[in-house]
Write a protein that binds this ligand. Structure first.
Ligand SMILES: [Cu+2]
Length: 357
């Protein structure tokens, strides 16, 4: 069906082209000669191209410099400095090429406008010119691509064992964050088939003992100067994790977990002092248009020193403690361990110790 529609469109275009050709030929056959004299409109149009070039290039450079602060955020991550450098090198190369090509195109339009008696020069080819405009862009592009690829490989490489693992889940229209918990420091297994409407928004598999102390957070807390591994997934459509100050940007794809490894270099307080803005907060946004509520996918990000980060983690309640109804999904043999790990019941071992003291 699609092919037939496509064929129809092509045929209609072909017919229109034929009609245009025929009417052109008819007018020539009738003796109506194509305008021989260059009209004054020719010159005006050529001059307008120059006005357009000066105006739009002027505008482009003016807003790029005048609003520089509005679109460049201070960087607060280790790899961010490197990707920023790559970004500005790419920007410099493309802006120089863009400016030169734009000027040449518009000046040529002006220079080679129709003039009576002027004949176009026949210029078959020039090997040096062709070699130059093939080899130079090829080298520049290869350098840009390979340095970018190296940065990419570094970001997506496996994290070290000491890395702080945090799971970020995108859904229409909110982020959910899961921490591995302070007791085992391991994220529990999840299975999308276990996601339900009553509370198991992660699809937490409670037969895995690592899941007992996992906790959910409504803010993204991160330690400073420590490797962080974001494990990213999506529950419905494509989302994209965006932490602009850390130069972190990674798609959240349903059915395909992604990750991003980075190190924050400035705490929230340090950034507040740096910006002179006591109300500043880092934020995580969604940068993939994911539906009507896309704009509202915002989460506060708090970067703190390791000590207060650990204190915050220890103060959080396990998901299982907040959703005790799910204890029934824990295998009987693990129930007691689960309750201890989730902080629902005191560790009998430790209470004995307390009594002894
Ligand atoms: Cu989204």
């Amino acid at each position: 069906m699609n092919f037939i529609i496509f064929l129809g469109v092509v045929l209609v275009l072909a017919i229109l082209y034929m009609i245009f050709r025929v009417s052109n030929l008819v007018s020539i056959a009738k003796g109506g000669v194509v305008d021989e004299k260059a009209s004054s409109a020719n010159k005006i149009n050529a001059s307008l191209f120059i006005v357009f070039m000066v105006g739009s290039l002027g505008w482009f450079f003016w807003y790029s410099f005048a609003f520089f602060k509005n679109y460049t955020l201070p960087v607060a991550s280790e790899h961010g400095k490197h990707t920023d450098t790559l970004f500005w090198i790419t920007m410099a190369v493309t802006v120089v090429a863009f400016t030169i090509i734009s000027i040449i195109m518009f000046v040529f339009i002006y220079q080679y406008q129709y003039r009576e008696g002027q004949k176009a020069k026949y210029f078959p080819d020039n090997h040096y010119l062709e070699l130059a405009w093939t080899i130079i862009p090829a080298i520049v592009l290869a350098v840009l691509i390979f340095t970018g690829l190296r940065a990419w490989n570094d970001i997506t490489a496996p994290a070290s064992k000491e890395a702080e693992v945090v799971e970020v889940i995108g859904q229409q229209f909110a982020w959910t964050v899961r921490y591995p918990g302070v007791k085992d420091k391991q994220l529990g297994t999840v299975n999308y088939k276990l996601i339900d409407n009553f509370g198991n928004e992660f699809g937490l598999d409670l037969t895995d003992k690592n899941s007992f102390d996992d906790f959910k957070s409504l803010e993204l807390h991160l330690p400073v100067d420590k490797e962080i591994l974001l494990k990213i997934r999506a529950k419905d459509v494509l989302h994209s994790v965006f932490l602009p100050h850390f130069r972190v940007k990674m798609d959240a794809v349903p059915g395909m977990p992604t990750q991003f490894k980075f190190k924050a270099t400035k705490t929230t307080q340090q950034m507040r002092d740096y910006l002179g803005n006591p109300n500043f907060n880092y934020e995580m946004a969604c940068t993939e248009v994911c539906g009507r509520g896309h704009f509202s996918m915002k989460m506060s990000v708090i970067v703190e020193d390791e000590e207060s980060y650990e204190r915050w983690k220890a103060s959080q309640e396990a998901w299982l403690k907040q959703n005790p109804g799910y204890l029934k999904n824990v295998p009987n043999a693990l129930k007691e361990a689960a309750m201890i790990k989730a902080g629902m019941q005191k560790d009998p071992g430790s209470s004995v110790a307390e009594v002894r003291e």
